[in-house]
Design a protein around this ligand. Structure first.
Ligand SMILES: CCC[C@@H](CC(=O)O)C(=O)C(=O)O
Ligand SMILES: [Zn+2]
Length: 338
């Protein structure tokens, strides 16, 4: 892991026992960027350097944001530890109203609150060991002030739209503004969207795995609120429950201001704000997948993940009790397809 910029030190990275190779970095105009992103060839992660995707947000430090973000209520997650594992509210509700039977429980690992930006920034500045950690994760919408809207409109949309068209992505669904405390971790998960992950301030370490590593990363069942998240705790992996995690092979990079990391759809990613690196600011660009013009065989790994998801959903719908899904699949497969 080269830290060519000397802006950070390997001691600021959390230690994991995972085999990792470097994610390549190329200038935004280098043809290899599109070759790597090409969905028909590789669709692998790449760091796009020196683009102007979010150049208009270079001035987004905390004072500027406090001054111009406006008076909206922003979504902030609170966590008792450094992890901010995503959960789906709708799936929590289904469990709480007994849709999955009485034997399924779920404890939310983080608390989602609405907070005005000045309060968030005050808590960030006054934070001391033992306090809840905070992570602001807010869709950029019309609650932000006119200066922020102007900066947003001045993102390099030609570049983003160019990638969307060239790589047959679907519509842009979301731009999420992410303001993290140093050391915050978003644990390993995949999203069903293409992602241009634009780093604005501070440094984030990103660990990615291809969809083919599905069986090494043990995602929660689809009905579970932690659907799409890995069940493996990278800090303390339970190799008896998740033996194949030992075989996981990933990619990593540390990204800084001006870097844009392309996270391909269905690729697993674990993202951490460097320890002792101060707060970080990121804006992501989530795009739905485009229409599959023509299905080509063999199917791609990520398409097989989508198929497995649909099978799980269908079984869950008909069986109702999640405890029956495993035994039925074992009956169907063991001794017949193995
Ligand atoms: C809520 C989104 C968090 C982000 C990871 C991170 O920056 O902590 C991510 O997972 C993504 O952009 O897909
Ligand atoms: Zn994600």
């Amino acid at each position: 892991m080269s830290n060519e910029k000397k802006q950070w030190d390997p001691s600021q990275l959390r230690k994991y026992d995972i085999s990792l190779e470097q994610i390549p970095r190329y200038d935004y105009c280098d043809p290899r960027v599109d070759e790597i992103m090409d969905e028909n060839v590789r669709q692998k992660p790449v760091i796009i350097q020196n683009s102007n995707v979010v150049a208009s947000a270079k001035k987004w430090n905390l004072d500027y944001l406090e001054k111009y973000m406006g008076n909206g209520d922003y979504t902030v997650f609170l966590s008792r530890n450094h992890k901010f594992k995503y959960y789906d509210d709708k799936k929590v509700a289904k469990i709480n109203n007994g849709d999955m039977g009485k034997n399924v429980e779920f404890t939310q690992p983080t608390k989602k609150v609405d907070m005005k930006l000045p309060e968030f920034l005050k808590r960030l500045k006054e934070w001391k060991r033992g306090d809840d950690r905070l992570y602001l994760q807010q869709g950029l919408n019309n609650t932000v002030g006119p200066e922020i809207v102007r900066d947003f409109l001045n993102f390099d949309w030609d570049f983003c739209n160019g990638k969307q068209t060239k790589h047959n992505w679907g519509p842009l669904t979301y731009n999420l503004l992410l303001i993290a405390m140093e050391g915050n971790v978003t644990p390993c998960h995949y999203d069903e969207q293409q992602n241009l992950f634009a780093q604005i301030y501070g440094y984030k370490r990103c660990i990615l795995f291809p969809p083919s590593q599905f069986e090494c990363l043990y995602p929660y069942p689809v009905y579970h609120p932690h659907d799409r998240q890995s069940m493996v705790d990278f800090d303390r992996p339970d190799y008896s429950k998740f033996p194949k995690f030992k075989e996981a092979k990933g990619y990593e990079a540390v990204i800084g201001p001006g870097d844009v990391l392309y996270i391909p759809i269905y690729w697993w990613h674990h993202i951490e704000s460097l320890m002792r690196g101060g707060h970080t600011i990121t804006v992501n660009f989530w795009y739905k997948d485009g229409p599959n013009s023509s299905i080509s065989y063999p199917l791609k790994d990520y398409q097989k993940v989508a198929i497995m998801r649909n099978i799980e959903k269908m079984l869950q719908d008909v069986l109702k009790d999640p405890r029956e899904v495993g035994p039925l699949l074992r009956t169907m497969v063991l001794g017949r397809f193995t």
